[in-house]
Design a protein around this ligand. Structure first.
Ligand SMILES: C[S@@+](CC[C@H](N)C(=O)[O-])C[C@H]1O[C@@H](n2cnc3c(N)ncnc32)[C@H](O)[C@@H]1O
Length: 287
């Protein structure tokens, strides 16, 4: 009995020594996925109509070295992001003939996971990855311990000296990152709502989307329910650059003061983790 206990403890200890590396290098998962999106790998493979692409061809198209790209692809394929369709010996940085042969025989195709990283995909999550992996969003997480100890304002506010929405108002490039990310979320969520419970939109002639971002949610909804008049309500700096589409009126304002009248209102709280970090969840539910 005692022996078994000692053996189990030793196994757990050995496993812990393996698992700890996940936390030491946890950031690499996000960094490599961000790198793949920025290089445009998912978009390039998506454009191949299902044909496998050689490592050589991909590196030439992206303008990077096969050996660096091979290492990125090895990391990603290991996680089910892209699939290597043949076995290869590898691709080192040495410029030998055998290495050239190996590089040209390695080929890749998309997977369901890598398709979500194509920027223009219907269910793309690329913009959300780019938002959450931006230094603006990531840096506040590094001060989480101080926030817990001091029970201070949300880390984002403490780090940047203002809340996320004020920061976005003052930084149009970051505001665009947010709007694009929210649009990804809206496309997927609204399509699921329309397919899963279309009856909730019957009999509604006007609907206000509170915090509707760039209007993607209403734009998607009105394609399926053209009888609805949509009001996209958001902060003035957001609606000023929102998508223009038939049947959707954009109104700028502060939801904590008033919201335009309509038959129905919906408020979608994004699951994007950064929102929790900003305390936005709390303020939205308080409303
Ligand atoms: C988490 S995003 C949600 C976007 C979209 N509804 C979705 O779920 O994909 C929150 C939205 O609320 C907006 N917002 C934040 N504070 C607001 C306020 N006081 N009044 C109106 N809109 C606000 C932001 O600009 C942002 O577009």
């Amino acid at each position: 009995m005692m022996e078994e206990k000692i053996k189990k403890e030793a196994e757990e200890e050995a496993q812990a020594q393996v698992d700890i590396w996940k936390y030491v290098f946890g950031f690499t998962e996000m960094a490599v996925v961000k790198c793949a999106i920025e290089l445009g790998i998912p978009d390039f493979l998506e454009g191949q109509d299902g044909q496998a692409m050689t490592l050589d061809g991909l590196s030439a198209a992206l303008g990077c070295s096969p050996s660096s790209l091979y290492r990125i692809m090895r990391f990603l394929t290991n996680r089910g992001i892209f699939r290597q369709v043949n076995q290869a010996l590898g691709c080192s940085s040495q410029n030998s003939t055998s290495n050239a042969i190996a590089c040209s025989s390695i080929t890749y195709v998309q997977t369901p996971l890598s398709r979500l990283l194509a920027r223009n995909g219907e269910k793309s999550m690329a913009a959300i990855v780019l938002l959450e992996s931006s230094p603006v969003m990531l840096s506040p997480w590094l001060g989480l311990g101080r926030r817990v100890l001091a029970n201070s304002p949300p880390p984002f506010d403490t780090y940047h000296g203002q809340d996320l929405w004020s920061y976005a108002q003052n930084n149009p490039a970051h505001s665009k990152l947010i709007n694009d990310a929210m649009a990804c979320d809206a496309r997927v969520a609204v399509s699921a709502m329309i397919n899963g419970c279309p009856q909730v939109f019957e009999g509604i002639s006007s609907l206000v989307d509170v915090g509707g971002g760039d209007g993607t949610a209403l734009h998607t909804l009105l394609k399926a329910c053209p009888w609805i008049r949509g009001i996209n309500f958001d902060l003035p700096h957001v609606v000023s650059v929102a998508l223009r589409s038939d049947g959707v009126e954009h109104v700028g304002g502060d939801m904590f003061h008033s919201v335009p009248n309509a038959d129905a209102a919906f408020i979608m709280v994004s699951t994007v983790s950064g929102c929790c970090m900003t305390g936005e969840m709390t303020s939205v539910s308080a409303y």
